[in-house]
Design a protein around this ligand. Sequence first.
Ligand code: SF4
Length: 257
Amino acid sequence: MNKANLEMLGRIHSIESLGTVDGPGMRYVLFLQGCPMRCQYCHNPDTWRLSGGRDMSVEEVLEDYESYRPYLKGGGITCTGGEPLLQMSFIIALFTEARQRGLHTCLDTSGITFRREGQTYERFLQLIEVTDLFLLDLKHIDNRSHQILTGCENSAILNFSQFLNENEKDVWIRHVVIPGITDGIQDLYNLGLFIGSLDNVKALEILPYHTMGVSKYEAMGIAYPLEGIAPAEPEAVDRARLVILKGITDKKRERRL
Ligand code: SF4
């Protein structure tokens, strides 16, 4: 136990004490405040501001975790957001202490702040030391479309994916199918080619776009960017999965030649 780690404060949006979709097993899921992206389909716009939420120390989080530990067998702790990388020092401190208690650590991130330079890079090396699993959201493989969809380029995200691969860190990749936006056949195939160039991908989750976040936009008084776009049908998700898998298979075959 390290006193400085335990006293480190994080800005917390909310806690899901028994989460089932953010990593293996039943998990304690911490939603962190702050995100530099503005994904048009974001269902958590209330996490965008770093100044929102409330402060919690690493010690308080771990004490709270302990009260649920009997129900979290086979699970662990997941940090999501928002974009948890905006609170990197807190994540590193929390995961360091969690690991010492034998907990599985998982980070749900876009990787948007990744840089292969100076102190930032050093921090990422520390981060991967204490993180067992990354849930990586690949939002759009085409850079121009990614910019339109999220307000940011995808170069840091793809670079981060390669960094995790080089360091043999386990990754689950997620992709959200938005009708007319992220379901183009060529883009899905290209996404598959990219994923096929990685050797550390343990799972692929193709998720349907949904509109459950719309009420939050209304409550916050901001226009919903994807107004009029219907949720993705199961068939569209199945089709996207097949195209991505074809890209992965083709890339793996090409690499074996
Ligand atoms: S990265 Fe996540 S939290 Fe940030 S805007 Fe996109 S969907 Fe929302």
